[in-house]
Design a protein around this ligand. Sequence first.
Ligand code: SIN
Length: 294
Amino acid sequence: MSGFLNANAGPRYRHNADESAPYETITLDKLTPILGAEISGIDLSKPLSNRQQDEIHRALAENLVIFFRDQHISHDEHMAFGRLFGDLHTHPAAPSEPGKPELMIIHADKDSPRANGEGWHTDVSCDLEPPMGSILYIKKCPPKGGDTLFASMYAAYEALSDRMKTYLDGLTAVHDGESVYRGLYKNYNIADKPQYPRAEHPVVRTHPVTGKKALYVNRGFTRSLVGLPRDESDAILRYLYEHMESPLFQCRFRWQENSIAFWDNRCVQHRAMWDYWPHTRSGNRVTVAGDKPY
Ligand code: SIN
């Protein structure tokens, strides 16, 4: 168990639940005090006013991952919604809808060898400029299961000891796509690329919108801490992974058909549960391009 619970002094991590200003164009229902909020009172198939767009942006910054229920949007409307937040990112390996490389297919059924996102990760953190956010629209759900878990990397960072924060300050890590993507989609008959992205990023990044610090290493892509002996790098990464996977930093979203989750990859990790075999879970993801972490 990671050491952020201190029996003598209460939890080391105490969330500072700032009361944010009320929203005018959306209704917001928080899943936990730390992250996640369900948004209602908005129809994403209709053009959004500037005020609605601003409030969705603010809701994402304040809640890290936001959810919409009962939305009925076409592929083009899904991509148009993503473009409100930036250029769209094209996944370096995953299958996409015909003629729409930015519209990734998320699908698992009884014949799938695996499902997307089964381990904790940050989407495509191996890119030099990893995606800012991901917008997943699930249209077919299993009768039970298929939840997605999200974890706040602000909370994970804040809960580290001051000594550990000092130790991590200035460190960078290698994120590697090669070991993840090569051969991963052969069941979709997708040929491998000659090479996949690889990048070095700070272990602690500053969010460009909120200015807050977030832990930025993940089991999916991070392979080593730069400039450290291998055994030390492995031990520190193992500690950080165990630490950040504490349920205290998490929320869990239970999908219904036609729900959307929009998460901020700069401060959130996620993990999808494949506990519904032999049932089918299916949808699409649009990913919004991001900047070089600093
Ligand atoms: C992913 O984008 O990593 C998949 C998440 C999910 O299917 O819930």
